[in-house]
Ligand binder design. Structure first.
Ligand code: 13P
Ligand code: SF4
Length: 307
């Protein structure tokens, strides 16, 4: 760690303590940001942490829908997102208005929203899911018709695992969609001993070539298996930092150094410090929307498996 990072880290931790703040970070955050967090996890783990924290302030190192979910769960706490421009392009591929229109076409459908969606979209949905619990959530539903929004690829993956027919919103993650089957085949030839895991936001042709499709938290658990010595990692590059840190004896091969989510990378140590100094930018969901969104998130937390 350089002097700059050590100094920033100390100032963040001191100020965080005096503000009574907890720092939550997603697995795709810059390594230096993950290293100052109280908890690093996937979307499900982060929501569960936010729901049970005693801290009055949550510094959310992730993207906007994640901070919003924390605010939905903890309306009395201050939720800070160190860069308010850190959004999720997939979440922006649907709006509450467009979802209301779609619901009119399918009035009988149960609406399942991926957590990568705005609070307004969650409020229009029956239940929420993350990539860690999507299969369990869909299996729990006694529904003839399911409308799944906004990730078509996660939706497709879940429909193949559960055998349920689902209407899929045509959204996608611009980072995961760039992972190609050609690249996966090359890596398979280059590292024949390695296990290959990908995120279920990848395209079906990519998932079909993998040993497993897992949430980022699922990847951290999968690598604990004794038969995994080398792992090709088909997701955002930030994941590699945590995997290497927690498993020094194992080898991790990213599918691509360019598999970067630029929004996740907007959060830096400097911005974390500034957000604690200024207690801003704050993410807060209006109560009218929060109550509807809370129903969908709460139902998910009651059903989903442990992170
Ligand atoms: P996880 O919930 O698996 O961490 O995924 C979040 C995400 O945004 C993936 O792109
Ligand atoms: Fe959204 Fe993709 Fe970034 Fe995840 S990696 S936050 S889905 S843009």
């Amino acid at each position: 760690m350089g002097n700059r990072d050590a100094d920033l880290r100390e100032r963040i931790l001191d100020l965080g303590r005096s503000r009574g703040a907890v720092i939550l970070a997603h697995n795709y955050q810059l390594g230096e940001v993950q290293d100052i967090a109280d908890f690093v996890g996937d979307s499900l783990g982060l929501s569960q942490r936010a729901a049970k924290t005693d801290a009055g302030v949550i510094v959310f190192c992730g993207v906007h829908f994640m901070a919003e979910t924390a605010s939905i769960l903890c309306p009395d706490k201050v939720v800070l997102l160190p860069d308010v421009n850190a959004g999720c392009p997939m979440a922006n591929m649907i709006s509450a208005e467009r979802l209301r229109e779609k619901k009119k076409e399918h009035p009988q459908a149960t609406v399942v929203c991926y957590i990568n969606s705005s609070a307004e979209v969650k409020a229009e949905s029956d239940i929420c899911c993350t990539s860690a619990n999507a299969v369990a959530i869909i299996e729990s539903l006694d529904a003839e018709e399911i409308l799944f929004v906004p990730d078509q690829y996660l939706g497709h993956y879940v429909s193949t695992r559960t055998g349920k027919k689902m209407i899929l919103w045509p959204g996608f993650c611009p980072t995961h969609v760039r992972i190609t089957p050609e690249r996966i085949r090359e890596l398979r030839l280059e590292y024949p001993q390695a296990k290959l895991v990908v995120h279920p936001e990848c395209r079906p042709e990519v998932i079909a070539l993998a040993d497993a499709a897992l949430s980022t938290g699922g990847m951290c658990r999968y690598v604990q298996r004794d038969d995994v010595r080398e792992m090709i990692v088909g997701t955002e590059i930030g994941m590699i930092h945590r995997l290497r840190k927690e498993n020094p004896g194992k080898r991790f091969i990213p599918v691509s150094e360019q598999a970067i989510c630029p929004n996740m990378k907007l959060i830096t140590l400097e911005k974390v410090l500034w957000s604690l100094q200024e207690m801003s930018p704050e993410v807060k969901v209006a109560e009218r929307i929060r109550l509807g969104a809370m129903t969908a998130v709460d139902k998910m937390l009651k059903i989903g498996p442990k992170p």
